[in-house]
Design a protein around this ligand. Sequence first.
Ligand code: ZN
Ligand code: ZN
Ligand code: FE
Length: 765
Amino acid sequence: MNRPPAARLRLAIRGAVQGVGFRPFVHHLAAELQLAGWVNNGPQGVSIEVEGARPQLESFLLRIAAENPPRSFIQSLEASWLDPLGFTGFEIRASEVHGDKTALVLPDVATCSECLREIFDPANRRFRYPFTNCTHCGPRFSIIESLPYDRANTVMKSFVMCPQCQAEYDDPGDRRFHAQPNACPVCGPRLQLLAPKGEAVCSGHQALLETARLLRAGSIVAVKGLGGFHLMVDARREEAVRRLRERKHREEKPLATLFPSLESVQALCEVSPLEQRLLSSPEAPIVLLKKLASCDAHVTPSVAPGNPNLGVMLPSNPLQHLLLAELNFPVVATSGNLTDEPICTSEEEALERLQGIADAFLAHNRPIVRHVDDSIVRVMLDRELVLRRARGFAPLPVLVRGAAPGAQKVLGVGAHLKNAVALGVGDQVFISQHIGDLETEQAHAAFRRVIADFEKLYETKPEIIAADLHPDYLSTQFAQKSGIKHVGVQHHLAHVLSCMAENELPPPVLGVAWDGTGYGLDGSIWGGEFFLVTHEKAERVAQLLPFRLPGGDKAVKEPRRAAAGLLHEMFGPPALGWQDLAPIAAFSPAELAPLKVMLARGVNSPWCSSVGRLFDAVASLVNLRQQNHFEGQAAMALEFMLEGIEDAGHYEFPLVTQDEDPPLLLDWSPTIAAILGDLKSGASVGEISARFHAALTEAIVETARRLGQSRVVLSGGCFQNRYLTQRTVTRLREEKFQPYWHQRVPPNDGGIALGQVVAVRRQGG
Ligand code: ZN
Ligand code: ZN
Ligand code: FE
């Protein structure tokens, strides 16, 4: 190759990919696309790294998934885009025999094409059987009680195989040879439809037909899936979706949908080739897709109110395939829980906790060992970005190269919201399924259960626990009470380290960590931080100019409070009397009085440097939202206003130096002043939003310029914002910087646990 390669693509592939001509196939494909690199077999599957021009790499990724050799099948494929190393030629490397022997627990795998054909074939003995699976597909993580992965160690132990199933299981030439969850209508699990009080209504295929009838009639049905119950309702019926929202106490947060087929998705949403791969992949996540104009007529708008995107998934188990084929219209399929609680996994739990929510329960007698939510992925800048790692991904490890020999086993316990934990063993960091917000007793219990479960599955005890610094986080307190050596890792540094790790970035880098809330080293609320990470240390070199948040935690739910804090900071007490401003008008006189006192005296008004709260304040000033019904709602609303806006310029967002040296301060006040001016002159909310987003981007570019770091890492919940991330990456590239963002691990707090593990590694743990 004459020109330097544009990128390196790494693929970690699990499944039957060994001894079936997979490596020669990879070699041929790489040669055809003129890609350099290597492929090898490891203890846990096939690893591939290829370098070359971007379009060829994209084509390689899509074709690997689509054209793999006949006897091979892929159960998991994770792609990472990395900096090129300058490979020449392509080689089939010797198999890796060393490395960690940690037994790999496979995630649950979506129904394969052969099983799918069987359940729709009237001549097949598994016709309409909702628990059909084979060695290629079916439940894994959600049914394993302990290792090794044998039927006796799964929930299938209580089902004795009939002679026909046993014959398949014993025949090395059969697709079900040693398929642990193997089952059929004669010997396997069975569906049952339950009324709200638990009385059996009907069973078998009749239960499925009756469920379909109920859904068509607008009822809410709790349906037991692989990793827990879903609440389903006809996505076309406004009054039904509203009823679900009321009962579930979920006012406006978008609901995920389950579609009957890829074609039905393509009729209502834009689907790129990469998004199509994701929808049809063995992981079968929820994919965030852009709605087409036709969508609103078929999916009622209150499924995702005011949102240009829709969370869409395709059936991932036979039960969903059969049900959706019967319905032939999209349904809402949201976690079977009350808002903020973990998903229900057993009938008893579902009947109790979903009482008053579900009109009926489609259950079955195959138990679920551990909860696994649906994963969420979106495509950003032509790459996958995992926003929630759960079904299909958990508990697979992320490779983090460079662990010292004999490195200690580290458990990262994550943060508070969107909690997940991570266990570092050698070069592998096993990341747990999404656990959720540790706000309720059920969530606390799930958190402790997942940790115990990880230790048991991997037969390993952590030697160090890494936790957040926030003293009130349950995860922090867990570490303190564990009796194991524990270390505190600053929240935003953990964000940056997680992003560095998955991009294989050596120091030095400039890390940008922007999110809603995190405990700062000075005890204040951070969330607009820049770190210079070198081999020796990590220093905070810049931050958002702090402002007060009147009411503290209350401000997270009320963007008007962040706005009041900013206005008070800029203009002093009189600003709280400016009734022509939306945030001020949103308070009653009785609410304003204590607010004035709080801000004047600095009582119950912690300092924060959070970009998330700045987004809230701007959304409040333009009167988009004064209250948040879910985390990040105001910021999302502001992002959605950008639809159709071309470049509208940017506000000023200068960097100011303090008396002493770092950190540099990013001064938002000229931006706020300009927004007030634009509001007076009648600029549209879309224009204001565009100028605000662009101002933030320019502030990052200017900070990178001042600090003279070429590699810039973007992490934290703010970078779930597609526009902010895309624009920042584009502008940094234009200015000759190298930007990096997340791929396999969420930019939100779901990625914190990985960063905590990496932080301990950096300290030589
Ligand atoms: Zn199968
Ligand atoms: Zn059987
Ligand atoms: Fe965070």
